[in-house]
Write a protein that binds this ligand. Structure first.
Ligand code: NAP
Length: 311
């Protein structure tokens, strides 16, 4: 039987990725969409909020929560209480304690909780991890620099407390780095630039180190015009590995790596396959490592006020 799934928070990522992937998946049937201001799609019931979906009595087995992080805990707890499996967009919540609360609630209800990190499923990430496993790593540099006006137009929630600012995309870099590097990381220093009119950082520099002393330097910027970069460079004893385009491309010291051919929506197709497997075996997958490092950067970093940003 297919998993009857409702999409909650029907915004950009729900339309761009979740909807086409769920519609194409043999493992899922789209049961409903939920969003206050948005429109649904023809032929699928649409509700203003989760309470209305529950009251409708429509049969649902699982939900994907694609809202901003600030409201995710309340929505997820409500869904878990119905006995529904839950797929969380990244970041899994606004705080670490919220994620622990969700993990406990899911365990108590015996439902699957999947804290997804889509960038880990980019096609070059696993090959990079495999290549690095046999090398001595010397240093890592991450440049995640994008134009917020282009990629997040009108997303006011990003600038609110709990919206993460430039760490909203930056946490994707951390999800990749924590997956491809062999040892745990600790934040040593961080500097967060917060526009004087907003509540979240527009740029950040974070220095981390792994348990063998390897330095990892992360540079995040939302004011990048011109060429955009979502790059990870790993210096090793055998030369430098470069992951670019958010994990879509891989260059090795002796040339570009040959990657398996993947179709459109590769990351989300793999994420939904993983979710279906977890549901089938009755397991959860909740890795808080990238969120913990972001929290540590906020906790230990300098917070400097910088010039106002007007979209
Ligand atoms: P978005 O376009 O702003 O969509 C957010 C959706 O959540 C809207 O449908 C909104 O609809 C609903 N929502 C519920 N409560 C809300 C609130 N308090 N404030 C604002 N919206 C609220 O955002 P998005 O880009 O899809 O991102 C959603 C999540 O997916 C984020 O955590 C983001 O990090 C993650 N993500 C985004 C991308 C991307 O490329 N954009 C990629 C991967 C992951 P209603 O107001 O109608 O309810």
């Amino acid at each position: 039987m297919t998993i009857r799934l409702a999409l909650i928070g029907f915004g950009k990522i729900a339309h761009d990725q979740h909807l086409p992937v769920v519609q194409a998946s043999p493992a899922f049937t789209l049961a409903a969409t939920v969003s206050k201001h948005g429109q649904g799609i023809d032929g699928t019931p649409h509700f203003d909020d989760l309470a209305d979906l529950i009251a409708s009595g429509i049969a649902v087995d699982a939900v994907s929560i694609c809202t901003p992080p600030q409201v995710r805990r309340a929505v997820a707890l409500h869904a878990i209480a119905q006995g529904w499996h839950v797929f969380l967009e990244k970041p899994p919540a606004s705080t670490l304690a919220e994620v622990e609360l969700l993990r406990t609630a899911a365990e108590e209800q015996a439902v699957t909780l999947f804290a997804s990190w889509h960038s880990r499923y980019a096609p070059a990430v696993e090959p990079a991890r495999t290549w690095l496993a046999e090398r001595e790593i010397r240093a890592v540099k991450v440049a995640w620099r994008e134009d917020v006006r282009v990629w997040h137009p009108g997303q006011q929630w990003i600038w609110e407390p709990g919206g993460f600012g430039v760490f909203d995309p930056g946490i994707n870099a951390l999800s990749i780095v924590t997956h491809i590097l062999p040892r745990p990381l600790v934040v040593e220093q961080a500097a967060l630039d917060i526009p004087e009119n907003l509540a979240a950082p527009i740029a950040a520099r974070v220095s981390l180190r792994d348990t063998a002393g390897v330095p990892v330097a992360i540079n995040l910027n939302f004011r990048q015009e011109g060429p955009q970069s979502w790059d990870v460079a790993v210096e090793t004893d055998a030369g430098t590995l470069t992951l670019s385009k958010g994990g879509d491309e891989l260059a090795l010291p002796d040339g570009d790596a040959t990657l398996p051919a993947v179709g459109d929506h590769a990351e989300y197709t793999a994420l939904y396959a993983r979710f279906a497997d977890l549901v089938q075996v009755g397991a959860s997958d909740v890795d808080i490592t990238p969120l913990r490092l972001v929290a540590d950067a906020f906790l230990s970093g300098r917070h400097d006020r910088v010039e106002a940003f007007i979209e």
